[in-house]
Design a binder for this molecule. Structure first.
Ligand SMILES: [Zn+2]
Length: 163
């Protein structure tokens, strides 16, 4: 099987600008997937979703092997609510990383939940095209995608890179 190689842009937190680097994004190990699922489910149980009753949890594996979780936080002014993926990305940035190696999202019920359109764009900021996006429902892991599958032909930080 050919090795998956790609070119990506990586932003260093120190503000040194974009660095182009070839780096594959492997599928997380089973142990990492289990950790992501545990973290996402724990976050899901903390979700504040009094309006939709649809609790979502997300977990992000960063480039240092750490996991950051988030949950959806709704608001009486509906558009002001925050998705679980956005919460998890905020936690990752707060912890000092701007690079997501894998993402897992778990929703409520039997259906597989994938990131909403807005979150796909938010993920684009910190993920590579081949970053695995894992799904889960109440009981089991679901289909796995890459960011490029969920957000093809996307706009990202590389488009704003100075020549
Ligand atoms: Zn979203």
């Amino acid at each position: 099987m050919p090795r998956l190689e790609r070119i990506e842009y990586l932003f260093e937190p120190a503000g040194g600008g974009a660095i182009m680097r070839s780096m594959p994004n492997p599928i997380p190990t089973e142990a990492q997937q289990a950790e992501l699922l545990t973290a996402a489910r724990a976050a899901q149980h903390r979700a504040y979703a009094p309006y939709s009753k649809y609790q979502v949890g997300a977990a992000v594996l960063d480039d240092q092997g750490r996991i950051h979780a988030g949950c959806n936080v709704e608001n009486a002014a509906y558009p002001e609510g925050v998705c679980a993926e956005a919460s998890a990305l905020s936690a990752m940035v707060l912890a000092g990383s701007t690079r997501a190696r894998a993402v897992l999202v778990v929703g409520t019920g039997g259906a597989w939940v994938t990131p909403c359109g807005g979150c796909r764009q938010k993920l684009r900021e910190f993920c590579a095209q081949d970053t695995p996006i894992l799904t889960a429902n109440d009981t089991t892991m679901g289909p796995r995608y890459t960011l490029a599958q969920l957000l093809p032909q996307s706009f990202g930080p590389d488009h704003l890179q100075q020549p």
